[in-house]
Design a protein around this ligand. Structure first.
Ligand code: GTP
Ligand code: MG
Ligand code: ZN
Length: 329
């Protein structure tokens, strides 16, 4: 018999020990080599993202996740077994309080598309800030997608979008319905793995459908209302866009649960505030009522948006009060 050929692929679906691996234009249903699970827990990759580091200290429920690059070999004409998992570049993880385990929702995401509508529902910058902090804590690069650009834009919303752009965030304005900037977005995603997140009803599924006609995701249906007290079994799934781009639809990511994110990390998550950190009179300055606070001075003296500062302050307070599991969006 011919020696088993090792092949490389990407996990696009995972459920109950079965992994769909995409390789050379086809899907191969794979299982895991017997003791791989144990080994992987020991050798989880060394990413510097705060949450990934935290994740390595906790037990992982799923050592192989959607988005992982794996090596496998065929066991039958259509099925295979995964023998190796490459180290992760990033991981979106979720903490399950009941079992104290960590679940990787999706691995190796290059970009996180934070989708909001300009109207219906109106863009809520406080909520958007939470997603952006969550992206930072997960070590992900966010891109703000302002959808429903076919609807009238209120001056306040336009103002918020300009503030985000000034802070250095990439903002792409699209209309899934009319097709505005969908080609531009598709180009932006080329050769990358992206995931969408954002509140319900903003048009995430509509954008995926517009990017990839024929995908046929259900639109206009409000998804599961809450994840409280349990975790859904539905994890991410990767959809292929064109030749070499992938986009994850991640049901769990409407609700970011941030855990073990401390106040410092929250302040650092604000790129316009970051350069002013570490310069306050008190090393443990909360940037609130303390005298000689470099952050507050910067808010007075530079163009830092006051609402963004207040948003950071509120999130940092929240983090200080309940340092463990919190629902984060
Ligand atoms: N006017 C307008 N409506 C849109 C646009 N994109 C989506 N919609 C509508 O917004 C509603 C919600 O769209 P979905 O794509 O289901 O939103 P979603 O973000 O996937 O929502 P969940 O799955 O509940 O998280 C639907 O009625 C869409 O037809 C757009 O660009 N313009
Ligand atoms: Mg949807
Ligand atoms: Zn300060």
């Amino acid at each position: 018999m011919k020696a088993l050929e090792r092949l490389r692929g990407i996990v696009i679906r995972a459920s109950a020990g079965n992994y769909t691996v995409f390789h050379d234009g086809r899907e191969v249903l794979c299982s895991l080599r017997g003791n791989l699970k144990k080994e992987l827990v020991m050798t989880e990759s060394a990413s510097r993202a705060p949450r990934v580091v935290q994740a390595r200290r906790k037990r992982l429920t799923n050592p192989v996740a959607v988005g992982d690059t794996v090596w496998f070999h065929f066991t039958t004409a259509h099925q295979g077994v995964i023998t190796e998992v490459e180290p992760r570049r990033s991981a979106v993880v979720r903490f399950i309080p009941r079992t104290k385990e960590v679940q990787v929702i999706v691995a190796n995401i290059d970009l996180l598309l934070v989708v909001f509508a300009v109207l219906e529902p109106r863009l809520d910058p406080w909520q958007l800030d939470r997603f952006l902090v969550a992206a930072y804590a997960n070590g992900l690069t966010p891109v703000i997608i302002a959808n429903k650009y076919d609807l009238p834009i209120e001056p306040q919303t336009e103002h918020h979008l300009q503030v985000y752009a000034r802070c250095g965030y990439e903002v792409i304005r699209v209309s899934a319905e009319r097709g505005d900037n969908i080609d531009l977005l598709r180009e932006r995603l080329r050769s990358l793995i992206a995931a969408v997140c954002g509140p319900s009803g903003v048009g995430k599924s509509s954008i995926l459908n517009a990017l990839q006609p024929g995908l046929g995701l259900k639109v206009g249906q409000v998804g599961e209302v809450t994840h409280k007290g349990r975790h859904t079994t539905t994890l991410a799934q990767l959809f292929r866009l064109g030749e070499d781009s992938w986009i994850a639809d991640t049901p769990g990511m409407r609700y970011f649960e941030l855990w073990a994110v401390d106040a410092d990390t929250i302040w650092q998550a604000f790129p316009e505030i970051r350069p002013h950190l570490g310069q306050c009179r008190f090393p443990d300055c909360q940037h609130d009522t303390e005298p000689d606070c470099a952050v507050k001075e910067a808010v007075q003296a530079t163009g830092i948006d006051r609402r963004r500062y207040e948003s950071a302050l509120a999130l940092a307070r929240e983090a200080a009060e309940s340092p463990t599991a919190r629902t984060f969006a």
